[in-house]
Design a protein around this ligand. Structure first.
Ligand SMILES: NC(=O)c1ccc[n+]([C@@H]2O[C@H](COP(=O)([O-])OP(=O)(O)OC[C@H]3O[C@@H](n4cnc5c(N)ncnc54)[C@H](OP(=O)(O)O)[C@@H]3O)[C@@H](O)[C@H]2O)c1
Length: 317
């Protein structure tokens, strides 16, 4: 099968298309014939090998032999391993695979769900990691309630458009923060207010927010807390700002009423099924920036690495 492997740490030219053997599903695993994959911010952290702990997953001092990149996938079940009960050969699925930038990839049964019927494979592949991050960040960790004021900092990238739509679905009044060229897109997916960060600093405004989901970490914690309500909740989801920022955000809650709720998102069948309901109802839809072919995965990484994708970057396999 054709697969994109990571041959080192650095810029996108470490991504190489190779011929590898087709994997065999083990206990509880599903072999997916991948029709589309998508990239998330975590993958370009992996490409650079920074922050350093990400190498525990990819390999020290260089990536493991034949480390296939990509997590999110949509495709068709090709084979199932022992003790798989929810899926059978031929099912259309989406979710998290190991090495989704390939013609075939293995997934744990618990990381997959039936593909939403109203999405193409390319659209479905854009959903898993970013939408689960938005769902868990807002519903479970942000505990967003109807009528609350929610601000999404970084409303236009991979996670942000899902966060805007999910916060609306939870009944919140939503403010999205993005740059000028994305203002119309963020408004079109349902944000009640949009702040263009190139013209206005949300931490200096008069509005106060019950929940701030921060996908960027572009402001100090004290500036961010200034625009939280007295019992407001900061959901720092940004890997861009580094672990120190996330830990500091949590520790700050020891001294002030406003708490921070950092979290690591995991893609599970339960979360994907909740998303299927929202997607099926037309309440949430993926925003796709660009679609690359499998042989163009290095170009896709380079594009994502610029940090300004508008929605998701998809790989058609
Ligand atoms: N906690 C978890 O488990 C988890 C899971 C997945 C992802 N994440 C984290 O979530 C973060 C966001 O991921 P992503 O995929 O959405 O990243 P992304 O696609 O790189 O998006 C970042 C967005 O931030 C915007 N941006 C840049 N500077 C900004 C600023 N000063 N103010 C407001 N927006 C700004 C960019 O928009 P413009 O082009 O308009 O500048 C871009 O659209 C990453 O740091 C990632 O590590 C966390």
């Amino acid at each position: 099968m054709r697969a994109v492997i990571q041959t080192g740490y650095g810029s996108a030219d470490v991504m190489k298309l190779k011929e590898l053997g087709k994997p065999t599903p083990g206990d509880g695993e599903v072999l997916v014939r991948v029709l589309a994959a998508s990239l998330a911010a975590g993958e370009y952290f992996g490409m650079r090998g920074k922050p350093f702990p990400i190498r525990m997953y990819i390999g020290f001092p260089k990536p493991k032999k034949h480390f296939v990149v990509g997590l999110d996938c949509a495709g068709i079940v090709e084979a199932v391993g022992p003790n798989v009960s929810r899926f059978q050969v031929g099912d259309e699925v989406y979710g998290e695979c190991r090495g989704s930038c390939a013609e075939y990839a293995l997934a744990k049964e618990g990381g997959l769900a039936p593909k939403p019927a109203n999405l193409s494979f390319e659209q479905a592949a854009a959903v898993p990691t970013s939408a689960c991050t938005a769902l868990l960040g807002l519903r479970d960790h942000g505990k967003v309630q109807p009528g609350q004021k929610v601000l999404i900092n970084g409303a236009s990238g991979g996670v942000g458009p899902f966060a805007v739509q999910i916060a609306k679905a939870l009944g919140a009044e939503v403010t999205g923060v993005c740059s000028t060229r994305n203002v119309e897109m963020v408004r079109s997916i349902g944000a009640d207010y949009v702040i263009d960060y190139t013209k206005e600093d949300f931490t200096k405004g008069d509005a106060r927010y019950d929940v701030i989901m921060d996908n960027v970490g572009s402001h100090s914690l004290s500036a961010t807390r200034r625009v939280l309500t007295p019992n407001g909740l900061h959901v720092p989801s940004s890997g861009h700002a580094g672990m120190g920022w996330v830990i500091a955000a949590s520790l700050a809650g020891l001294f002030v009423r406003q708490q921070a709720a950092p979290f690591v998102a995991v893609t599970t069948t339960e979360s994907l099924l909740a998303l299927n309901d929202l997607i099926g109802a037309g309440t949430v839809a993926p925003v796709i920036d660009r679609t690359f072919r499998l042989g163009e995965t290095a170009e896709a990484f380079a594009y994502l690495d610029e940090g300004h994708a508008r929605g998701k970057v998809v790989i058609a396999v």
